[in-house]
Design a protein around this ligand. Structure first.
Ligand code: DGL
Length: 270
C-alpha cells in the first residue's frame, strides 16, 4: 500500500472533472491538484509551449512526492504523450482511457470528438480509434469558446449563449449521425448538460475526466500503489493565479465549499 497522493493537473478547472470522479471511485486516496489558471487556455498554444507548461506542472506535483501523475487535460495528453518517459512514476493522460470506452460503446461506429484546437489538430483520438478499429469513422471538431465559457462560469444549460455556442460546434457532428461524442477536453464535462440537451438522449457522451479517473484506479491497483487505508483521503488544490474564481466555480462543480481551500503558487519556479 502507498499513501502518497495522486497528482492531477490541468490548465485550469477542467481537471476537476477527473477529480470529481476520483473522489467517488477512490475516496480513500489523497489528491493534489494543480490548475494552471494563470496560463489557461493551453489549447490554442504551440506544441513547444504546451510541453514546457506540462513539464512544469508535473514537476510541481513531483515535488509533493506524488505516486502517480495524471494529466487531466486532453491538450497535454494529445501533444505530449511521451511525458511518461521522463517522470519516473506511473502516468496517464486522458486520450487512451477515453478511446477504449468509445470503441467499446459505439454501436454504429460513428464517433464525434470535440476538443481544443491543439487536440483536434493532433488527431490524437481519431488516430488511436481508427488504428484499433479501421471500420470506425471519427468526426473531429474543435470548440475554442468552450474553455473561456467554463473558466468564466458561464455553464448553465439554460443560458442562451451556452446553447448557441453548443449548437455552432456540434451541428456538424449531429448531421454526421454520430451515436457517441467524446468530450475530449476535460473542461467539457462541465458543459455536459448543455451538450446532452443539444445532441439528444440517443447520443452517448463520454466524459474524459471520468474514464481517466477509472483508469487511474486500475493503474494504481496493477502497480500495488493503492491506498488501502479505510479513512477518507484529503484533497489539496493549487492554482497559478488568484484562487477566487477557481474556488467559486469549483464549489459549484464539486458540490462542496471550496472557499479558502485553494492556494496560489508560482509555477515559473518549477
Ligand atoms: N482542459 C484542457 C483539455 O482537456 C485544457 C483546455 C485549455 O486550456 O485550452 O484540453
Amino acid at each position: 500500500m502507498n499513501t502518497n497522493a495522486i497528482g492531477v493537473f490541468d490548465s485550469g478547472l477542467g481537471g476537476l472533472s477527473a477529480v470529481k470522479q476520483m473522489l467517488k471511485a477512490m475516496p480513500n486516496e489523497n489528491i493534489i491538484y494543480f490548475g494552471d489558471t494563470g496560463r489557461v487556455p493551453y489549447g490554442n498554444r504551440s506544441t513547444d509551449t504546451i510541453r514546457r507548461y506540462a513539464m512544469q506542472d508535473a514537476n510541481f506535483l513531483l515535488k509533493h512526492n506524488v505516486k502517480m501523475v495524471v494529466a487531466a487535460c486532453g491538450t497535454v495528453s494529445s501533444v505530449a504523450p511521451d511525458l511518461e518517459d521522463v517522470l519516473g512514476v506511473p502516468y496517464t493522460g486522458v486520450v487512451l482511457p477515453t478511446c477504449f470506452t468509445a470503441l467499446r460503446e459505439s454501436k454504429n461506429g460513428k464517433v464525434g470528438v470535440i476538443g481544443t484546437t491543439a487536440t483536434i489538430n493532433s488527431h490524437s483520438y481519431k488516430t488511436r480509434i481508427e488504428q484499433k478499429n479501421p471500420d470506425f469513422q471519427v468526426f473531429e471538431q474543435d470548440c475554442p469558446l468552450f474553455v473561456p465559457l467554463v473558466e468564466n462560469g458561464i455553464i448553465d444549460h439554460n443560458d442562451r449563449i451556452v446553447q448557441l455556442v453548443v449548437e455552432k460546434y456540434l451541428s456538424p457532428l449531429k448531421n454526421a449521425g454520430v451515436d457517441t461524442v467524446i468530450l475530449g477536453c476535460t473542461h467539457y464535462p462541465i458543459l455536459k448538460e448543455a451538450i446532452g440537451d443539444y445532441m439528444g438522449d440517443d447520443v452517448l457522451l463520454i466524459d474524459s475526466g471520468k474514464e481517466t479517473a477509472l483508469y487511474t484506479k486500475k493503474v494504481l491497483e496493477e502497480n500495488c500503489l493503492s491506498n488501502t487505508c479505510k479513512d477518507n483521503g484529503t484533497a489539496q488544490f493549487f492554482v497559478s493565479d488568484t484562487p477566487d474564481n477557481f474556488e467559486k466555480i469549483a464549489s459549484l462543480f464539486l458540490s462542496k465549499d471550496m472557499q479558502g481551500k485553494v492556494s496560489q503558487i508560482n509555477i515559473e519556479e518549477y
